[in-house]
Write a protein that binds this ligand. Structure first.
Ligand code: HQG
Length: 180
């Protein structure tokens, strides 16, 4: 049985954002799954999990990746999906400047095409450079880009704020990006 909490959390991200079919689950249109079915499915996939462990992982997730509904009967990921779900995000006025962390090897392509949402629903932006740097480090030598969110907003481009504090928007045109 797999007991490592980080491994369990990574598997939860896989199931709740990308591949629920791995354990024969389907997300509903708003991204929720039944908590009991999730636990049963994870058991079959050899993960050591019960409701108490799941609650602890949700509570201690450094980025608050997951969320229960009020009676804990359903759970979903707060953001980061590649499958099509509607999380009913509210539009939000962004701060003037946001940050995007990426790897230096992506820079040439970003200069050509801007920031593209790739497999996810949105481009992910952070309100602080520290977080952006950590995001960029996942893919190699990090570089933090400055995004003129104020100008994007004036130009009518919409922003959303996920429940765990990630700023989301559609693709970011090169003219809004400062490469330093
Ligand atoms: C890059 C983590 C070349 C983009 C984090 C990024 C985040 C381009 C990668 C969340 C490009 C996509 C999302 C272009 C964008 N040419 N590369 N034109 N446009 N890219 O993982 O933002 O731990 O889909 O810079 O904290 O890295 O999963 O997005 O490097 O919030 O909870 O293409 O994932 O959260 O990679 O990370 P991703 P991301 P979790």
């Amino acid at each position: 049985m797999i007991t490592d909490k980080i491994k369990i959390s990574k598997f939860l991200s896989l199931v709740l954002r990308h591949k629920p079919e791995t354990i024969d689950l389907e997300l509903d249109e708003n991204g929720w799954v039944n908590t009991d079915f999730l636990i049963q499915g994870m058991h079959k996939a050899n993960y050591s999990i019960d409701i108490e462990i799941l609650k602890e992982i949700v509570k201690s997730s450094d980025k608050q990746r997951f969320k229960f509904n009020d009676d804990f009967s359903k759970i979903r990921a707060n953001q980061g999906h590649s499958i099509n779900v509607d999380l009913k995000w509210e539009k939000k006025l962004p701060p003037k400047i946001l940050f995007h962390g990426t790897a230096t090897r992506n820079i040439d392509s970003i200069k050509k095409h801007g920031l593209l949402k790739q497999n996810r629903h949105h481009v992910h932006l952070s309100s602080d450079t520290e977080t952006a740097k950590k995001v960029g480090m996942r893919y190699g030598k990090p570089i933090v880009l400055k995004i003129d969110a104020g100008k994007m907003n004036t130009d009518g481009i919409e922003f959303y704020l996920s429940e765990n504090g990630v700023w989301l928007t559609e693709n970011v045109d090169v003219k809004y990006i400062k490469f330093e």
